[in-house]
Design a protein. Sequence first.
Length: 256
Amino acid sequence: MRQMPKTGALFGYDVIGSSSVDDDLLEEVRGNATGFVQEALEHVGIEERSRANYSSTGDGALAVYPETDLPALIDAAYFLQGKLYLHNRAHRPAIRLRLAVHTAPVHITDEDNFQRPTIELARLLDAAEFKRVVRRMPDQNPVTVALVVSDQAYRDAVRGRHTQRLLPHDFGKVEVINKEFAEDCWIWVPGLDAERVRELSLPEPSAQPVEQLASAPHEQPAPGGIVVQGGLQGNNFLGANHGKITATYQQPGGHP
């Protein structure tokens, strides 16, 4: 009989800007990032031996933990922010991380099995809306840690008041659309309020269409009584650039 899936807490992370790190430092950055993540998880009481369905992503990882670890996985971002801030003050290259937390029924397996909940976790982590928030932070206050939480995980752990460090007012609601995944999610970035998170997640406004100029010729009097067929704006004639231009000049108080 096939084993029924169990609800799990899914956690993923990746290094922001890893592609810009020099090749000879890349492994060090990846190793340090993994170490800091594990240290933060241990700080909130999550044991590495409870981890399942682990999958490396090159500059990060995706994994499943017991459902009871869901609030702690969210709070871990708070402690990770402090650890990386202190590290980055004294070391280069800086380590900055994106984190994602989700919850859903999963099959626990030792085999490579990229299930739908894991795909959804990866979509969260790679969402354009999430990346925009990170990218648009001011240069003088770059993101050290940014966290995106699925709506289900947010309702269960944060709105349910099971987290201890990150609370509902710390998150901004953002609609995430990444391929087949579309869902309202919740983003926390240290120093940003909910409204600012939402603003930074929006795409750049498209260029406004240039108003079409009227093609029909018209007459518009210019100062001094000059009438120009086709119109006059500033030093430019409007309308078709051909045909007859009719102009009259009227003396003040007199006749043409």
